[in-house]
Design a protein around this ligand. Structure first.
Ligand code: GLU
Length: 473
């Protein structure tokens, strides 16, 4: 992480961005403070016997808001985790859910651990023990608080969490909805793993459907052929880069990773690089690009689109002035500090903020949760029905026109949507609708000049309405 001299902490940074939005809304102080406050934070310390010795682990779960239940947000495993970070991330979840109309409060959890130092079985013991603590302290259940994957966790950890909850609450018919991001055979949903990256792609597609917005970022035309620098080839960065390059013709000119950056102005093949990292555990010696050891400096490389998809606080007062991208899409949470954000706004760089740009993950988590509490796979009831209707329609068209319809067209109209189709369609619609709402806010208020403030105003307006509707209890 870049050293940030005299900059506010991550949580303070989020609060300052929220304050900036609230100042143009004329919200009364009481409601503003109620919305901003973190409702509850749990810190646990628990021992686990590892290789014959007790180790004590520290974990947190912050519930930022409960105006909608359950409260939702991932659990990260990281050696740098702390309470400030967890609270900041929990707050971001509140605003994120409201932006994309996911009816959840905001929460986040973290375990202070370097997962690479532990064996699979050890991680299972630690995760199960952490989940046990969360359940017992009232911070994990399908109706009140539902975790998901984040940095350092994935489907495997979510399956262990679900199984731990099931053993503690076998009478809960909805036990499997206590966590999202689970493996498919364990109550997961198609399209959840790719969801955050897919959401980033849908956001960019929608941005490029608005020529005025493209122009405001000093660009012209479509997404095809635009150059892109991406930081982080984890789950989010990998999927975003893969979809944008393979499906939209975006040229990935640099990939920044922990051990440096790879540069190729003609474009890096993401699938090849991903396989290289899996095989060699590093980006070095990748044949398709040149290596720059000072990876972080590559954030400053000239490009159309910069996608920070790694960790928080990567663009700070130290490097913000040297950023040359025209558009920044925050696929990670909190990659730009408050001071850097102000500076980039002044420079005229357009920023699509985290609370919107990476909301694809929680959106598909919402679909998974609905699938779990309704106990049925999406599309199961209508797929064959839709197929039959499509075939009948094609037959009728042939009869009416007297000419044959091509097999490929017939195949398209007779395709009943399966779960993945429905998830992608729901996600696409969610991201487009949210973009349009944010855009409308930006254009309709002369005191709002940037997408982040517009996103927060859109979000806080919805949250405030829900506080005012029910009163504050
Ligand atoms: N960890 C993800 C995020 O930061 C996903 C949260 C969720 O699906 O609940 O948005």
């Amino acid at each position: 992480m870049i050293v940030t001299i005299d900059e506010p902490t991550f949580r303070e940074s989020v609060d300052l961005m929220v304050d900036r939005a609230m100042s143009v809304m004329g919200l009364d102080d009481g409601t503003a403070t109620a919305i901003k406050s973190c409702n509850a934070v749990l810190q646990v310390k628990f021992p686990v016997k590892i290789r014959g010795k007790f180790e004590v682990f520290t974990g947190w779960r912050a519930t930022h808001s409960t105006h909608r239940l359950p409260s939702k947000g991932g659990i990260r495993y990281a050696p740098y985790a702390d309470q400030d970070e967890v609270e900041a991330l929990a707050a971001l979840m509140t605003y994120k859910c409201a932006i994309v109309d996911v009816p959840f409060g905001g929460s986040k959890g973290a375990l202070l651990i370097d997962p690479s130092q532990y064996e699979r079985d050890e991680l299972e013991m630690i995760t199960r023990r952490f989940a046990h603590e969360l359940v017992r302290k009232g911070f994990l259940s399908p109706s009140t608080n539902v975790p998901a994957p984040d940095v350092g966790t994935g489907q495997r950890e979510m399956a262990w969490i679900a199984d731990t909850y099931k053993h503690l609450h076998p009478e809960d018919i909805n036990y499997i909805a206590c966590v999202t991001g689970k493996p498919l055979h364990h109550g997961g949903i198609h399209g959840r793993v790719e969801a955050t990256g897919r959401g980033v792609q849908y956001v960019l597609r929608e941005f490029f459907r608005h020529p005025d917005d493209v122009k405001s970022a000093n660009m012209l035309g479509t997404l095809t052929g635009k150059t892109c620098v991406i930081q982080g080839l984890g789950n989010v960065g990998y999927h975003a880069a893969k979809f944008l390059s393979e499906e939209d013709g975006v040229i990935i000119t640099a990939v920044i990773e922990r051990d440096g950056a790879l540069i190729n102005d003609k474009g890096i093949n993401i699938e090849d690089l991903y396989n290289h990292i899996i095989d060699h555990g590093s980006i070095t010696n990748f044949p398709g690009a040149s290596l720059e050891v000072n990876g972080i400096a590559v954030l400053e490389k000239e490009c159309d689109i910069l996608i920070p998809a790694a960790l928080e606080r990567q663009i700070t007062l130290e490097n913000a002035d040297r950023i040359q991208a025209k558009l920044i899409v925050e696929a990670a949470n909190g990659p730009i500090t408050y001071g850097a954000d102000e500076l980039l706004n002044k420079k005229g760089i357009i920023i699509i903020p985290d609370a919107f740009a990476n909301a694809g993950g929680v959106t598909v988590s919402y679909f998974e949760w609905i699938r779990n509490i309704s106990h049925i796979r999406l599309g199961r009831m209508q797929k064959r029905h839709d197929e039959t209707q499509g075939l009948q329609m094609a037959a009728m068209l042939e009869e009416l026109t007297g000419s044959k319809i091509s097999d490929s067209f017939k195949k398209t109209v007779a395709h009943g949507a399966d779960e993945l189709d429905l998830v992608r369609s729901g996600l696409d619609d969610t991201m487009r609708t949210a973009y349009q709402q944010i855009r409308e806010t930006l254009l309709s208020n002369e005191n709002i000049h940037d997408f982040r403030t517009a996103s927060y105003v859109t979000s806080i307006t919805k949250i405030a309405r829900s506080y005012l509707d029910v009163g504050i209890y």
